[in-house]
Design a protein around this ligand. Sequence first.
Ligand SMILES: [Zn+2]
Length: 339
Amino acid sequence: MMLFPHVIEISEGACARAGSLIERLRLGRKCALFCTEEIMKIAGEKVLDSMSHYRIDVFTPNSLEAEALRALGERLHRYDFAVAVGGGKTIDIAKYSAYLAGKPWIAVPTIPSHDGVVSSRASLSDNGKRISVTAVEPSAIIADLDVISKAPYRYIAAGAGDALSKLSAVEDWRIADADGKDRMHVIMANLALLAANATVRHAEQIRKKEMRGLEVLLWALTCSGFAMNLAGSSRPGSGSEHNFSHALDELGSKALHGEQVALGTIIMQYLHGTDWKRTKQIMKQLQLPTSLGKIGIDEKTSIKALVMAKNVRDRYTILNKVKIDEKNAKEILRNVGVL
Ligand SMILES: [Zn+2]
């Protein structure tokens, strides 16, 4: 089964129209709104002003610990729906606690750093360890391009990096299909590729934070999320490059997800024999880091992550076809110039 948002609004000034957009969903009057103090000034107040006919309690998103979110889920039973105004953490907190309470939730993303907003999965902590759990898709996505344009550029570039990662993820799906491991759905694969290709074509406008570029980026991340929801798995948007990023996470990397998967993309495209040089060029254009050193990863950790990548989860990718040990890992990383 797949669920889609009933309302998607990606436009300038969208926060000020949040109330009338939410009205269409007929969700009731009692709303739990999640927003940090900082984001309240940038976007939360505009959303609150537009929802004057609702009874709203504001929750400050705090812990991502599963235990704390279960308690929060209990409190949400009293509300008709939740609204998350903010970045990944705020969205994951609202997404999971609303899911536990069986209530719909609305995403108002303020930072476009990855494609997880549309996803039914939430990323939480369990005693400090990152886990991915089942939750529910948003009933609406309201992205205000004026607000997004004020996000630090590093997060915007990271979002573009996550969109680019579909270039290798879809190749992985293709070989998994050819080897009889995982059937590829052409439409969903192409939807994911559409996200990557639109990002490639609009790289310059994204870098300049032009409204047109940001609009394309937000739609690209939304489409990539749709592709995953349609497939019922993250397969269309997450292949060997995400394995590499997960390995970096396990080794303690503090870089952004989108930065890591973009670097993973050029490594995996090199292994696939596809055009990694063009992707690297686009990354430069987007001002994404093009070496692991630039995101604080030393040579030893980089090699270890590439060796580990195949086994971080059960997903058939190019890493099942190319045997990687410490020696050739270094050579591969050198060949694509990321060391
Ligand atoms: Zn991703």
